[in-house]
Write a protein that binds this ligand. Structure first.
Ligand SMILES: Nc1nc2c(ncn2[C@@H]2O[C@H](COP(=O)(O)OP(=O)(O)OP(=O)(O)O)[C@@H](O)[C@H]2O)c(=O)[nH]1
Ligand SMILES: [Mg+2]
Length: 462
């Protein structure tokens, strides 16, 4: 599975920046670096001790000076990939980094596949699969809590969890194997009870891991917040206020927003996707109807619905429709009711929203004053998201881990009946399946194709 090639890739994205980093990994890394520095392997080995940063002139087109780079040599096995690694820290911009890459290719390196550095770290035994997946997810992590959980995976907590589970399963298996050849009447009286209790306790642990992880899934995917309401209540004004920009058109004409508008923004430690939608109301206009259909779809797909009501207007049929929607959404997601335009005389019967603990809002005037209603709402929203994310327990972080745990649970459930019938061979067979599923979270050595697919999700250079 370990190929012999020396690979190269940029570790930073190209663009206007002061520095770029490229990495070479493999047995020829130092030789290739020496060729770029127009020196011999021996001289470079002498002048570039492992783990020291050295300012080095790099040449291209044979003799033209390209850049002065910082070179760092990580000697195998003390590197990320466990192989010889040379890191080039060059000046920013596309040209220098691209030219270094081209020179490395010319001297025999191959362009790394996405995730290949981490794949080598895994194959070299430096990290296990749960840690490798944490690396991939860390790069995309959307909020502080997700980052914290991924760091726990990276530090090896998932590895320890799987090892403990494996030890328990092996103990169960050993117990069963000992008695496989015994006749039923020779079996200890409490054997069935003992095995059943152990099995149930393992299943309980796995179920709780799965349930908690399902509940916190949005932690790793980022929250989607959808703003809904009848026309003209201030949905687009809220989007603009949260983004600090005039992203959406705001006007006193009802039906201004025809199609949904999506933007990302940061609130506290949370990276959110905010969706402004077309106002929900009865209409014969086919374009407006399509917009409203989309509003409902967006609300359906989101994790949190912000429903806006106009405090300066009487209760209308559309408001009742929105309240009905909130009751339905409440079953599967968080909903927040907001009564806007509180700078005007309040005509809206707030009582109809009492089940939703509505918050007052005003999107006119000094929005960003410390005690503005917008700021109070933002603080409340932040703590709502914090409480949604709070988790002391370890969580599964990828679809792959979910599947492995589900397979393990299934295998253990399949083992219950044979255990009750004292068919210990079949019981052991299912336990082995459960063991395989758990091992696949950290060390699935036998699945080389699967590894390619999994590491393919990484970005280049990691
Ligand atoms: N007085 C007052 N006017 C507001 C407030 N918030 C928004 N408005 C005004 O209400 C009108 C409608 O605001 P929008 O943000 O376009 O409302 P919308 O819900 O996006 O409307 P549609 O896109 O048509 O569904 C605009 O004239 C805003 O300036 C507020 O808190 N107080
Ligand atoms: Mg609008």
């Amino acid at each position: 599975m370990f190929d012999d090639d020396t690979i190269v890739a940029p570790a930073t994205t190209y663009g206007k920046s002061s520095l770029n980093v490229l990495r070479l990994s493999g047995k020829d890394s130092l030789r290739i670096a020496a060729q770029l520095a127009k020196t011999t392997l021996e001289e470079l080995k002498f002048s570039l001790p492992a783990r020291y940063a050295k300012l080095t002139k790099i040449y291209f087109n044979n003799n033209d000076l390209l850049d002065e780079c910082i070179l760092i040599y990580f000697k195998a096995p003390h590197s990320y990939t466990t192989q010889d690694v040379v890191e080039f820290q060059c000046h920013g911009g596309n040209f220098i980094a691209q030219s270094i890459l081209q020179e490395c290719l010319r001297y025999g390196a191959r362009l790394a596949n996405p995730g290949e550095f981490t794949k080598r770290a895994f194959l070299g035994g430096r990290i296990d699969l749960s840690q490798a997946q944490a690396v991939a997810k860390l790069i995309e992590s959307q909020n502080a809590s997700a980052h914290q959980m991924l760091m726990r995976h990276l530090k090896g907590e998932m590895q320890s969890f799987c090892e403990n589970l494996r030890t328990d399963l092996i103990a169960l298996l050993a117990h069963s194997e000992v008695f496989i050849d015994y006749a039923e009447e020779e079996l200890p009286d409490d054997l069935l009870e003992n095995l059943k209790n152990k099995l149930e306790s393992i299943l309980k642990t796995l179920h709780s891991l799965l349930e908690q992880s399902k509940a916190k899934r949005t932690l790793f995917e980022g929250y989607r917040l959808c703003i809904i309401g009848k026309p003209n209540v201030g949905k687009s004004s809220l989007l603009n206020a949260l983004l600090h920009s005039n992203r959406a058109i705001v006007s006193e004409i009802a039906g201004t927003t025809r199609d949904s508008i999506e933007e990302n923004f940061m609130l506290g430690g949370h990276w959110l996707r905010l969706i402004d939608t077309a106002g929900i109301h009865q209409t014969q206009d086919s374009i407006e109807s399509e917009g409203i259909k989309r509003s409902l779809e967006k609300a359906e797909e989101s994790d949190l619905v912000l429903a806006l009501f106009d405090g300066s207007s009487d209760l209308m049929q559309e408001d009742l429709q929105i309240i009905d929607l909130l009751r339905t959404y409440q079953k599967s997601k968080k909903v927040v009711a907001l009564v806007n335009k509180m700078d005007l005389e309040c005509k809206f019967p707030l009582k109809v929203l009492e089940d939703f603990n509505p918050m007052n809002l005003c999107l006119k005037g000094d929005l960003y004053a410390k005690d503005s209603l917008l700021n109070i709402f933002k603080k409340n929203l932040e703590s709502l998201l914090d409480s949604k994310e709070e988790s002391q327990s370890l969580l599964l972080t990828s679809e792959y881990q979910f599947q492995a745990v589900q397979t393990c649970i299934q295998a253990l459930q399949d083992s219950i009946l044979p255990l009750q019938n004292l068919e210990l061979e079949i019981f052991s067979f299912h336990l082995n399946e459960a063991l395989k599923a758990i091992a696949s979270i950290t060390k699935p050595y036998e699945y080389s194709q699967m590894l390619d697919v999994m590491f393919g999700d990484f970005c280049l250079g990691k």
